[in-house]
Design a protein around this ligand. Sequence first.
Ligand SMILES: NC(=O)c1ccc[n+]([C@@H]2O[C@H](COP(=O)([O-])OP(=O)(O)OC[C@H]3O[C@@H](n4cnc5c(N)ncnc54)[C@H](OP(=O)(O)O)[C@@H]3O)[C@@H](O)[C@H]2O)c1
Length: 338
Amino acid sequence: MPKAQFTTIKWCTVDKAMKYIGGLICGLRCFAFTILEYSGLSAGKGTPKSNIRDIYHIYFAPYLLVPPEPIGLILPQIDYKIMRLKNKVAVITGGNSGIGFGIAKEFFLEGAQGAIVGRAQETLDSSVAQLGDRFIAIKADVTNLEDLDRVFKETYEKFGKIDIVVANAGGAATGAKLGSVAEIGEADYDKTMDLNLKSVYFTVHKALPYLKDGSSIVLIGSNAAHIGLPALSLYGGAKAAVIAWAKGFSLDLLERKIRVNVVSPAAIDTPVFEKFIEPGQVEAVKKQLVQGIPVGRIGQPRDVAKAVVFLGSDESSFLLGTEILVDGGSVNLQPFKA
Ligand SMILES: NC(=O)c1ccc[n+]([C@@H]2O[C@H](COP(=O)([O-])OP(=O)(O)OC[C@H]3O[C@@H](n4cnc5c(N)ncnc54)[C@H](OP(=O)(O)O)[C@@H]3O)[C@@H](O)[C@H]2O)c1
């Protein structure tokens, strides 16, 4: 009996010591990681400043919370959880602005490499400069099929494989008017549909010869597919088709184990507002939008990016043809006061 007590006390002491040593190692490791990433020594040109706090949290918090176990068992598990896209090669269309750039930053933090695609050279350059040398920028128009061919060929030649495609480019088509069914004629119809529908189909179609079996394709939908919104019925129709395609494409690609899913955002704070609202009215429109969002705030690109990381990673291997709404509850909740 006395012997058993002695053993218990001794084991507790060892456990406690392990916890403190774990915390210390974590602190040092977290500090070193942050310095390395931010200074660009480990990842090219550095990590976006706003994400430093996250790295700190991700690296530090688990060590304070974990039950005292041998450190050797804990470290590999935590590393696995952090870098959910380590060594994955991704193509992100529209990765030079708004949600797409948010996705690219989150992919970078999760260990991915790959290409961002857009038309504006200036934002392509500035985005890639912030992402570091794990990402390249490819100037291309996603409504042009030859450009799409080039995007996947160049990415494949540079990285040797492609694991994830994010068909994000979309929204306000250059030169296209938004309006009601009475107002939108053929020319505006074609521009909006080319960007929000045709480009998504051919992004997937053209990626297929280069995609690894078991890859993940994430399409970006919209809340506009689920509810009627002023001047957005055409756009909403395109996004509804995109959601349907995630189901059909997943079935088409079942043998290759390629999963296709959708992330549908609502009211995310991106430059898209400046593209179709008068400059002086943007803030007022955003404030008005918040009224319809149950969580009481406008979304951020990171909110969407987190869901895309999940669908892009192997953690979502049981999800096919499905949709994640990243909308602050605006589609499914109606919080009126009784
Ligand atoms: N923001 C929201 O509230 C919201 C809500 C629901 C859904 N969404 C969806 O989220 C996605 C991203 O929207 P966002 O808000 O981030 O818009 P954004 O800031 O305007 O970004 C759109 C991106 O698409 C690229 N793009 C547009 N036309 C292109 C073309 N023809 N070829 C290649 N790239 C093209 C743009 O780059 P270039 O201009 O350089 O080509 C830009 O990178 C869209 O599919 C949109 O429908 C957004």
